[in-house]
Design a protein around this ligand. Sequence first.
Ligand SMILES: Cc1cc2nc3c(=O)[nH]c(=O)nc-3n(C[C@H](O)[C@H](O)[C@H](O)COP(=O)(O)OP(=O)(O)OC[C@H]3O[C@@H](n4cnc5c(N)ncnc54)[C@H](O)[C@@H]3O)c2cc1C
Length: 425
Amino acid sequence: MTIETVDTLVVGAGQAGVALSEHLSSCGVPHLILERHRIAERWRSERWDSLVANGPAWHDRFPGMEFPDTDPDAFVSKEKVADYFVAYAEKIAAPIRCGVDVKEVQRIEGRPGFRVETSTGIIEAESVVAATGPFQRPVIPPIVSGDAPVMQMHSNSYRNPAHLPEGAVLVVGAGSSGVQIADELARAGRRVYLSVGPHDRPPRAYRGHDFCWWLGALGKWDIETPAAGAEHVTIAVSGARGGETIDFRRLAARGITLLGMARAYENGTLTFAPDLADNIARGDANYLSLLDEADAYAVRNGLDLPEEPSARAIGADPSCVTDPILQLDLADAGIGLIIWATGYAVDYSWLKVDAFDERGRPRHQRGVSVEPGLYFLGMPWQSRRGSSFIWGVWHDAKHLADRISTRRKYLAHHYASAKRESENA
Ligand SMILES: Cc1cc2nc3c(=O)[nH]c(=O)nc-3n(C[C@H](O)[C@H](O)[C@H](O)COP(=O)(O)OP(=O)(O)OC[C@H]3O[C@@H](n4cnc5c(N)ncnc54)[C@H](O)[C@@H]3O)c2cc1C
């Protein structure tokens, strides 16, 4: 069997793989990217039809290229995002091989490098980068068993209201996915229940700037480690319909019944924690604190931005918040479907190396694994809050390319010295 050799093998051609290719080329590192589907596949086939980017076009992109023929303040469609990365890969001549699944990676004993088993053959590489995404495996909490008389799906599989069976829908999870899906279903005339956990909900825009700008100006995208407990706090934002602040009171006014965190299920009845009012209040506090920080920043830096006192108006809590439902008989409520918008996990089971902690999380420093020659890219909080987002991964990729290039120099020095010694022997 022929064994192909490459210097650096990148697994995955989403935005992370494309960004890394640009930086590896700049550093002169020969590399190959393997992608099991198509470039930026998840944007095409693992998102719902109407999804647009959460950040405006001027922000959610790489520095080297703008979205063509696009208003910089627009929120581009998911297809346009995927097209952007295809065009970017072409522009930088990224060496991407699509349709190749990486099945297993093992360390080569006795010398640096890895043996990579793929769907099309064996490759040996000095370095391997796992750029397989921050959101790989949909997670559904074990609350309602699979044989319960209600259909269940993850938000990953949701496409549009017309694809769903008739009847009311319970959406669990009020991060960006859950609120957008619940809103879309309500607008399509569905009866919708939305289970709301702890969340942040920044203003879509304030005093003339989008929240992406404010998070950048306030240094919040660069926060290096999540505040205690904040790792699990989801952020509820939306670029839908030109972008609007997520306001749970407005969703309730549209007919969506808000519920606390889904807790347990028995005999057709779901139980909810009595935490809805707290979760809403916490989201409000997060929202107002960003307005405070933005105002202080504007004063301190002498920014002449239009005042926006109306942004501080928080309406009265709707009855579903003041008098929350704690138990819901799904059949009585006409709910035939639960959509779990409950997030994702990573899956590195194909990496057969000693580089993970007891919970299966990579042991690494800014993506540089404890296993020499192995790297991770695109993980949530890899180096900062922005790491798993389009603009953030580009900066992490730059760091990794630099580390890979530096390690190559050390190895090259070793091989050159060894060669000299053997020639002199
Ligand atoms: C609903 C949703 C909306 C989002 N919206 C935004 C947004 O608006 N703005 C933003 O900045 N971020 C957004 N994100 C976050 C992030 O930008 C995306 O998740 C993005 O897809 C991550 O890119 P990636 O390259 O790191 O990973 P992925 O896009 O997941 O790419 C990894 C690639 O690796 C391939 N792969 C995996 N395993 C293997 C293997 N073993 N062999 C070969 N190939 C493999 C996959 O097919 C995939 O193409 C969103 C995320 C979600 C879930």
